[in-house]
Design a protein around this ligand. Structure first.
Ligand code: PGA
Length: 250
């Protein structure tokens, strides 16, 4: 990792928690933020953005887990990037594999959502990752390249975008690629971004690893030259584990 890329440890709380516990978790993460050099981000469920935001102290950024591509209008149940910005968010995750699978989101949809994030002044955390079947078929790099080409807007910069590599088979399973395997995919992502967006953008952009990252395996993954942080699901629901992962950043 170059000095220019401040490590980012992001918590994806998914559909977990209610106001009381969420505020407690946010306060506990905030209490440890000064002890780590990584940038911290928490992404609670949408209805918890207000109570979690109120409980966070400076030094921990607030994000959401999805947004609609439109600014406003007849989209029942959806939330716009502008609403998230208004609620205090600085980041939004787009294209998580659970959204791609559960809601049929295509890379084109993800690209539109990332552009909505930029429009609202949010940073997009764009997720890519292969399924187990794709991996077994030797198609990992091909799948990742196609997802990147379809999902990352041409307006992406090192400042407005973070890419998260999350192998679908590693999410919530306790399984992870080896450190070398993860690094190889991250190096491929950086090379693909260099081809599409130029070396200055790709050299400066933070690439996160996600999928069963825990205090026990974080150090080895985070030590890889092209891994600039983590997108943490299960382990982000315990402040102690989340902060221990953040403390593992080189
Ligand atoms: P996990 O989830 O850490 O629980 O595997 C990661 C993610 O889906 O972002």
């Amino acid at each position: 990792m170059t000095d220019a890329r401040t490590p980012l440890i992001a918590g994806n709380w998914k559909m977990n928690g209610v106001a009381a516990g969420g505020a407690e978790l946010a306060a506990a993460v905030s209490a440890g933020a000064n002890d780590v050099s990584a940038e911290l981000l928490v992404c609670p469920p949408t209805v918890l953005i207000a109570p979690v935001g109120a409980a966070l102290r400076d030094g921990v950024a607030l994000g959401a887990q999805d947004c609609h591509f439109a600014q406003s209008g007849a989209h029942t149940g959806d939330i716009s990037a502008e609403m998230l910005a208004d609620a205090g968010c600085a980041y939004v995750i787009v294209g998580h594999s659970e959204r791609r699978a559960d809601h049929g989101e295509t890379s084109g949809d993800v690209c539109a959502k990332a552009m909505a994030a930029y429009r609202a002044g949010l940073r997009a955390v764009i997720c890519v990752g292969e399924t187990e079947a794709e991996r077994d078929a030797g198609k990992t790099l091909e799948v990742i390249t196609a997802q990147l080409n379809g999902s990352v807007p041409s307006a992406a910069t090192a400042e407005n975008t973070v890419v998260a590599y999350e192998p679908v088979w590693a999410i919530g399973t306790g399984r992870t690629p080896t450190n070398d395997e993860a690094q190889a995919v991250h190096a491929h992502i950086r090379a693909a971004l260099s081809a599409s967006h130029g070396a200055a953008v790709s050299d400066g952009m933070r690439l996160l690893y996600g999928g069963s990252m825990k205090p026990e395996n974080a150090q080895g993954l985070l030590a890889q030259p092209d891994i600039d942080g983590g997108l943490i699901g299960g382990a982000s629901l315990k402040a102690e584990d989340f902060l221990a992962i953040a403390a593992s950043c080189p």
